[in-house]
Design a protein around this ligand. Structure first.
Ligand SMILES: Cc1ncc(COP(=O)(O)O)c(C=O)c1O
Length: 280
């Protein structure tokens, strides 16, 4: 079992992988990423991650890269690592060019990855639920593109930790609940799920979609619509969804207890269904 890096076709130890100082990802945040997890030696939702990567690259007019080449590189890095429960962080930047806001004429994207064991969430959060604060969403206007411009997310996560809670939930100036720093937000009321619709203000989370598909298969009502922070506080259940987050119940927000303050039925049911679907 070995943590490894991949740089433009070469696999190496992580501390040997270096980024040139004029990489546009480094200078401008001009890079996109994905984080793909494995369970028991099998990468899950790989094609969905490749679809979203392609969407992000297209949205930023990156040159087209072969999907087969990207898939092969991911699988080779994963196999060489021998890590059963792995997290592959993949980043593609527009490439290296003298610093200039305008895109270079002939961009050569840089393709980098690392593979490490997944940094699991503390089990006590899964058993008893986690806590959160809300913060005004200070991020840019294209949160649907999975770019490395994550400073506002990092600031919000840090603020949450300093406030003694697990995460921050972004709320728009007008009070609409968007998503958390690295997860989508779903609420449940009377057995009915509600989550923010797919707009430019949230990431189209793969786990969010898996949960919506599970609901559709099981005839559980789920709606994609806007809801405000008072609806969030008054929900029976709130949970976060994400590749590492999985389904994570939130039992208090801004110091207010959600529902009865315990992990709810819906979160338990959907968490089990998600883990079944990934073969955990
Ligand atoms: C801002 C944000 N929202 C939602 C998600 C969840 O997405 P996924 O389920 O594809 O991991 C992430 C994951 O990185 C994220 O960064």
């Amino acid at each position: 079992m070995q943590e490894l890096a991949y740089m433009n076709g070469t696999i190496m130890p992580i501390d040997e992988a270096k980024v040139p100082i004029e990489d546009r990802g480094y200078n401008f945040g001009d890079a996109v990423y994905e984080y793909i997890a494995s369970y028991q030696g099998k990468l899950v939702y790989l094609e969905e991650h490749l679809d979203r990567l392609d969407r992000s690259m297209t949205a930023l007019s990156f040159p087209k890269m072969s999907r087969d080449m990207i898939r092969r590189a991911i699988l080779e890095l994963f196999e060489q690592s021998g890590i059963q429960r792995a997290g592959i962080y993949l980043q593609i930047s527009r490439g290296v060019a003298p610093r200039d806001h305008a895109y270079p004429d002939d961009p050569q994207p840089q393709f980098m990855m690392t593979v490490r064991p997944v940094h699991e969430k503390p089990p006590e959060f899964r058993h008893n639920g986690a806590t959160a604060i809300t913060l005004t969403d200070l991020r840019w206007g294209r949160c649907d593109i999975k770019t490395v411009q994550l400073l506002a997310n990092a600031m919000a996560k840090q603020q949450a930790l300093e406030a003694g809670v697990f995460d921050a939930i972004f709320v728009s100036e007008s009070g609409i609940v968007r998503e958390a720093t690295s997860s989508n937000v779903i609420i449940a009321n009377d057995g009915r799920l509600i989550t923010h619709p797919l707009t430019e203000q949230i990431l189209p989370g793969i786990t969010r979609q898996v949960i919506l598909d599970i609901c559709a298969e099981r005839d559980l009502p789920a709606e994609e619509r806007f809801f405000d922070v008072d609806t969030l506080y008054a929900a029976d259940e709130v949970f976060l969804t994400g590749t590492v987050t999985e389904v994570l119940p939130i039992v208090a927000i801004d110091g207010r207890t959600i529902g009865d303050g315990k992990v709810g039925q819906m979160a338990r049911k959907l968490s089990r269904a998600l883990l079944e679907s990934v073969g955990a």
